[in-house]
Design a protein around this ligand. Sequence first.
Ligand code: SAH
Ligand code: SF4
Ligand code: F3S
Length: 473
Amino acid sequence: MDTIKEVKKQEDYIEKVKKINQGKTLQYHILTMGCQLNENDSEKLCGMLEKMGYVRTDNFQNADLNLFNTCCVRENAEDKLFGKLGELKRIKEEKGTIIAIGGCMMQEKHITDKIKESYPFVDILFGTHTLYRFPEDLYKALIEKKKQEDIIDIDGEIYEGLPIKRESNIKASVTIMNGCNNFCTYCIVPYVRGRERSREPKEIIKEVETLAKQGYKEITLLGQNVNSYLRVEKEKGKPFEEYEGVHSFATLLKAINKIDGIERIRFVSPHPKDFTDDVIEAISHCDKVCKLIHLPLQSGNTNVLKAMNRKYTKEQYLNLVEKMKAKIPNLTLSTDIIVGFPGETEEEFEDTLDVVRKVKFEQVYMFIYSRRVGTPGDKMENQIPEEIKHKHFDRLKALVESQIEENNQKYVGTVQKVLVEGTSKNNEHMLTGRTDSNKVVIFEGKKEWIGEIIDLNMISEHMWYLKGNIIEE
Ligand code: SAH
Ligand code: SF4
Ligand code: F3S
């Protein structure tokens, strides 16, 4: 079915559910468990639910509808979901709350089998390719009063124009592509999100223009491998329409850089193997593109990288960093690292520490390797004992924290441009914002500044934030 008709059909279901709910004040609770793409999907689910008459609550015990948007990239997410479902059993019996579970974990058969067997009270299961059909699934669950399972294993189409309720009115995420073709051997994402497919340039540009008109200042472009935007379409001869000169990731950055009102552009995640010169050139020439680049390393050792199917060596990664540093003034870098991949030896792990020492990342997201059913990594025989994984993790963490402390000190005494995001969570008399390099800054100021980029003196550093002061005239 064509996607426009399908979205129209879902709008009709939204109206139908709204009618059923008329006159009632119904509340929903959503738990978002995954990455920024998963969060962006949750914003779409919230958009649909609010159009259907549900009001959001932070208290899951009072909710008439409990929604889980799951992640399965590491094991701990599973424990969390099953723990919550256990708690909900009693609430379901007492209050009859509707329970719906969507997201990446629902694309794993062993998980949905377990839910059906051990948690039969769950009302709706839906996958990553059928998120747009949530209004229809909910309508059927309400009317037919029977379980709905709406999961398909083919790559979903891209559905434009779904309702959306965004978390912030200053910063917004824009998904530019779905899926992943890289099949890193540790990673479940390609199996649960399907193959890479990019949104039409026109749809992305229109979405960002609308956000700019609504007053948004910062845009984060999302995808599992953003710097291969439109690559598959070109390779496979799939038609797409060039719009505002956009035919690649570099040209997309340039086009968004021209949109009035948008002041900052970020993107996650690029893949080092696809970091072509045109992307480096676009970053250095686009004044709005933040100079903090997230460049996932995963491991600093060439053998491990090969086993991970990352398609670059230690030297290639370091050379890329050097090239970027030379061409992009004020460049800062963040990264993702996995410790304890099957077969990783002491010496190989030392290479990761070596790269961390050399690059001096602004931020490092560290993960302990987690076996994922169905990935090649899970079948490898040389799994690392938990104890060693944890020892390595602690060593990496100690190094990263000492580097962050050292790096933070460099900020003290400098002036930084800070996008003011709101009042601080821990102290309502203080404001919070972020630098270009995504460092949190806490400072005293006026609420009218929220949404503005202001110059601040950095007066002191703390592990996870900096303290700022307004510059006296
Ligand atoms: N597409 C992005 C991010 C994907 S998931 C990228 O390629 O960078 C986010 C991070 O989770 C990954 O970068 C990786 O560091 C981590 N990760 C993925 N699978 C994992 C696993 N099985 N165990 C531990 N960490 C994992
Ligand atoms: Fe996973 Fe690799 Fe794809 Fe990232 S690029 S989503 S780590 S397979
Ligand atoms: Fe998790 Fe799916 Fe994102 S597995 S990391 S929510 S793409």
